[in-house]
Design a protein around this ligand. Structure first.
Ligand code: HDE
Length: 742
């Protein structure tokens, strides 16, 4: 109260002081300048955000910060300089006369501009575009027999921060491009931080880290014109992957629907490499980590992804943040495929059914080694500040905890160097571990000192070991005290050489396995994606070479793509004989509908009570109802005397909506409007559920009747939700005829 009183006085004084100089106030002569009541006391952000409890900030040494809440706010009622001096003016620089030059002595001006000039830090060289969220991982205890890590003890809860990303695009690029997605999770465990830095695709383009700059240079925009942005549909990418056959399997995942996810919430995640786990008895096992989304794996169609890129470049970022804020908290099971850590009959270690577990271009089909669920992660809070959290978070595959260790996968080994190295320049020095989002929740006593951006006040005189001056501290831990476990391993072949083992030579058989395991509709999409991407290339030789590589996977696929490109079919070559792996397909199952977006198309005269009833039912089922009307504002409630008359808030107008936002559409009325025509035809072509209260019969070039797959005619508002739910559970009506072959 005192502050407010004081502030009011200062505001009055300021008004008095400024009034004789009325000519400095912008606006027409005599008009009142726009004003807000200032100063104000700091408050929580508006609107208040429920369920937004993030991870507890910790001090540089790992203890929870006492003033963690205050540290996130502006402090005090007054605007100050960075040194805390209060300011009476911030809109005009100090000048020698009102029309004169600006003075060098204006510290406030220089400080403000200096700080602004340095607001940007280098973006990540890959995975620059991302979205983050806080959450909790709860273990079910199933991993405790193979891994001693405390985070896997039954019922143990661990705070996490996840960052999803695209790979190729710049920080401001569109979300819905065809690309691999990063899926990086930081587990703030009691035993130190564990980072599981994975992707939504279980294999990688290359087998050895030394080729990472090559594949990234090939995928990034061409160096001369810096185009295309965030795309693999260009010559250099296809030049590289057609010359470099080990990339073919990952590329096929990119061309499949996995390359264009519907939502970060509907993606699988994979640790890609094989890791080594150690249990309490010191026994080791080899594992691959999998994230399984509770909402199922769903994708956009390519046309949708392209439309969304223009309509809403933040499509995935918005979807994640909105879902979390609305309480539709996304969740995943964490699972492991477990393999014995033994040598095979040829005396070779890390092999399973002939698959080299050190080769990151190979999967182990789930039918051969089932994924065992070891816990669940739920994301329940959005970041409070994008830069502080999502931009500054620093993941590292070498951030391990006791019981989890790396293997000799040559791709993983190179990553262990790269992440620290890149973060040193991206985050401006060696102390980025002290940035709040990167601080471990376990105590830190590392004897690392000084350096750029040091924020800890270290006490003591002996940051070295051994010492006798600081009480001999810190002590070394034994395995029983929870120290990291380093597994002693024999080096089988001690010869130093730059070569890969022969088991890394097979580059095609798993691509054939993947292709054979897809359903017909998924194959169609994949073949169309290859045709699209290669169709964007200019070099004939590149297209011909890639089509020839496809022939090593499946001759039918190669022929279809060649036809689309206007090229002759390639010669037939022998392909691997494979057993299919149905778990690789994402079609044919049913999934929960939580968090789906349902458009409700109305006209100005629609029955408001019916619209309100549909809206309530959709919302009650954990989905997002979005009413689409001719203008913004509200529908109904026009009669000021009828207080209880139903009233509905309009979310989109015919012009601001686009079909890509909606998983299903409810047609309450069929307006004669070109925008809603496009909406309905796109919903039809994209095979999305349509529930209609009015007969549609024929719509433009499409026949939409009650017998069209995925279309239901309903008699009343109450019937809408029961009719829509099973259609949404299957995600799309894949059997709907597709005259335009989207
Ligand atoms: Fe990364 N990767 N990577 N990567 N990676 C980076 O680290 C690298 C690889 C992955 O949201 C960089 O801090 C090399 C595989 C994710 O902040 C960099 C190799 C997988 C993220 C880097 C790989 C990944 C990155 C850039 C080949 C899946 C984003 C910024 C040996 C298992 C993390 C940074 C985030 C980020 C190097 C291959 C996943 C340059 C050298 C395989 C999810 O250090």
């Amino acid at each position: 109260e005192k502050l407010v009183d004081k502030a009011e006085k200062v505001a009055d004084d300021l008004t008095d002081a400024l009034s004789p100089r009325g000519d400095v106030v912008p606006g027409a002569p005599g008009s009142e300048p726009p004003s807000v009541d200032e100063p104000t006391e700091p408050t929580d952000p508006l609107p208040p955000k429920p369920d937004q409890k993030g991870a507890t900030p910790h001090s540089p040494t790992g203890a929870p910060s006492k003033d963690s809440e205050d540290a996130q706010r502006q402090q005090g009622a007054y605007l100050t300089t960075a040194q805390g001096a209060r300011l009476s003016e911030t809109d005009h620089s100090q000048k020698a006369g009102r029309r004169g030059p600006t003075l060098l002595q204006d510290h406030h001006l220089r400080e403000k501009i200096m700080h602004f000039d340095h607001e940007r830090i280098p973006e990540r060289v890959v995975h620059a575009r991302g979205a983050g969220a806080h959450g909790v991982f709860t273990a079910n205890g199933a991993a405790a027999s193979v891994c001693r890590a405390g985070l896997f003890a039954e019922g143990k809860e661990t705070e996490v921060f996840v960052r999803f990303s695209t790979v190729l695009g710049s920080r401001g690029s569109a979300d819905t491009v065809r690309d691999t997605r990063g899926f990086a999770t930081k587990f703030y465990t009691d035993e130190g931080t564990w980072d599981l830095v994975g992707n939504n695709i279980p294999v990688f383009f290359i087998q050895d880290a030394i080729k990472f700059p090559d594949v990234v240079h090939a995928g990034k925009p061409h160096p001369d014109r810096e185009i295309p942005q965030a795309q693999s549909a260009h010559d250099t990418f296809w030049d590289f992957v057609s010359l470099h056959t080990e990339a073919q399997f990952h590329t096929m995942w990119n061309m499949s629907d996995r390359g264009i996810p519907r939502s970060f919430r509907m993606m699988e995640g994979f640790g890609v490499h094989t890791f080594r786990l150690i249990n309490a008895a010191g026994e080791t096992s080899l594992v691959k980590f999998h994230w399984k989304p509770h909402l199922g794996v769903h994708s956009q169609l390519w046309e949708e992804a392209q439309l969304a890129g223009g309509m809403d470049p933040d499509f995935h970022r918005r979807d994640l943040a909105d879902a979390i804020e609305a309480g539709a908290h996304p969740s995943w099971d964490l699972g492991i495929q477990v393999f014995p850590d033994t040598v095979d009959s040829d005396g070779v270690s890390e092999m399973f059914h002939g698959i080299d577990l050190l080769d990151p271009t190979k999967i182990v089909p789930e039918e051969l080694a089932p994924v065992q669920v070891i816990g669940t992660m739920t994301l329940g809070a959005n970041p409070k500040n994008y830069f502080a959290e999502t931009e500054q978070v620093a993941f590292h595959p070498g951030h391990l905890v006791p019981g989890i260790d790396v293997t000799n996968d040559p791709l993983l080994q190179g990553r262990l160097f790269s992440y620290l190295d890149t973060q040193l320049s991206r985050l401006g020095g060696p102390n980025f571990g002290q940035i709040p989002i990167n601080r471990p929740h376990a105590p830190v006593n590392d004897m690392l000192r000084d350096g750029m951006h040091q924020t800890a006040d270290h006490v003591g005189v002996a940051p070295y070991r051994p010492n006798s001056l600081d009480g001999g501290c810190p002590f070394l831990a034994g395995t029983a005290d929870g120290a990291l476990v380093e597994v002693a391993q024999e080096i089988a072949d001690a010869q130093i050489e730059r070569r890969a083992p022969a088991s890394f030579d097979d580059h095609f058989s798993q691509a054939t396995l993947f292709w054979a395991s897809l359903t017909e509709v998924e194959r169609e999409h994949t073949a169309a994606a290859y045709t699209f991407e290669l169709g964007k290339c200019y070099e004939e030789a590149v297209k011909i070479r890639q089509v020839e590589q496809l022939a090593h996977i499946d001759h039918g696929l190669a022929t279809t793509v060649a036809q689309g490109l206007g090229l002759p079919a390639p010669a037939e070559v022998p392909v691997a004989e494979v057993v299919t792996s149905p778990s690789l397909s994402q079609v044919g199952r049913e999934w929960p509908t939580d968090g789906r977006q349902i458009g409700i198309l109305v006209s100005a005269d629609s029955d408001v009570a019916a619209v309100a009833e549909i809206q309530r039912a959709v919302f009650g089922a954990g989905m997002v109802p979005l009413v689409i009307a001719p203008t913004g504002g509200t529908l109904g409630g026009d009669d000021p005397d009828a207080d209880d008359a139903p009233k509905v808030t309009i979310s989109r107008t015919y012009r601001t909506q686009r079909s890509v936002e909606f998983d299903a559409l409810v047609v309450v009325d069929l307006p004669a409007d070109p925008h809603s025509d496009i909406l309905i035809s796109e919903m039809y072509r994209h095979k999305k559920a349509l529930a209609t209260l009015v007969p549609i019969d024929r719509y433009g070039e499409f026949e939409i009747t009650s017998s069209t797959p995925g279309v239901v005619e309903v008699g009343a508002a109450a019937d809408v939700l029961p009719a829509l739910t099973p259609l949404l559970a299957a995600h799309r009506a894949w059997d709907r005829p597709d005259p335009s072959r989207v």
